[in-house]
Ligand binder design. Structure first.
Ligand code: SAH
Length: 237
């Protein structure tokens, strides 16, 4: 094992490989990602105006965010360590008629080859699946141009997030397969903020994504970071 592959959990990659052929099924296991995609795409575009900018998506999976960003005119590259999700992403972009450069790579590896190369770096719903999320934050900081925009999203760690994402989504509603998330890997906003500051990034905003059970819809909520939340940071000039 090289230094680079140490920050990859093979069990986590295998989980996503097994589900990959259902990645674009909007009623399947990835329904929550499809449901929140317009919210996070708007958030990123409003804060960083993605058109004509180079954007790197780390842990891109089947390409749900990459495609939304390419549709808005960004020049998109996506990396993931899962082979099957990348195959799905490559097939789907042909159907959508979009140009996106997908590569199998870790963030650490790419950071050595392409330091300060991207206007925008996104890493959504991935930090909670890696052994050392702080190292991913550092790589994101390296990959962004000075003054570039960096976005993360992940799940907070508290009884409510446990109830919503593991008990609710995996056990009661069976929206997600059991074992999709490990509670201990969830990340508090205070922890992520500390890693961002240690990596020399400036935190611009933290906003939550709340769920309305009546309308069964998600919405951006700056006052509720209890479960899923987005962070916008800037690389220092
Ligand atoms: N970011 C996408 C997919 C999230 S699912 C979205 O929000 O739509 C998490 C993805 O992270 C999976 O595709 C998985 O293969 C990938 N992943 C997990 N650990 C990784 C690592 N260390 N390096 C790169 N990708 C990783």
């Amino acid at each position: 094992m090289t230094a680079h592959t140490e920050n990859v959990d093979p069990n986590e990659i295998a989980k996503f490989e097994r589900m990959a052929n259902r990645w674009w099924d909007t009623e399947g296991e990835f329904k929550p990602l499809h449901d929140i995609n317009p919210i996070r795409s708007n958030y990123i575009d409003q804060r960083a105006s993605v058109a004509d900018k180079s954007l790197l998506d780390i842990g891109c999976g089947g390409g749900i965010l990459c495609e939304a960003m390419a549709q808005r005119g960004a020049l998109v590259s996506g990396i993931d360590m899962g082979k099957a999700p990348l195959e799905i992403a490559n097939l789907h972009k042909l159907e959508s008629g979009l140009e996106i450069d997908y590569q199998q790579s870790t963030a650490e590896e790419l950071a050595e080859k392409k330091a300060s190369a991207f206007d925008i770096v996104t890493c959504l719903e991935m930090l909670e699946h890696v052994p050392n999320p702080q190292a991913i934050v550092e790589s994101c900081a390296k990959l962004a141009k000075p003054g570039g925009d960096i976005f993360f999203s992940t799940i907070n760690r508290n009884p409510k997030s446990y109830a919503m994402t593991i008990l609710g989504a995996e056990y009661l509603l069976k929206l997600l397969p059991k074992g999709t998330h490990e509670y201990k890997n969830f990340i508090r906003p205070s922890e992520l903020s500390m890693w961002l500051r240690n990596a020399g990034l400036e935190i611009m905003d933290i906003s939550g994504i709340s769920y309305n059970p009546l309308s069964r819809s998600f919405y951006l909520n700056p006052n509720d970071v209890d479960v899923n939340y987005l962070v916008h940071a800037k690389a220092n000039c």
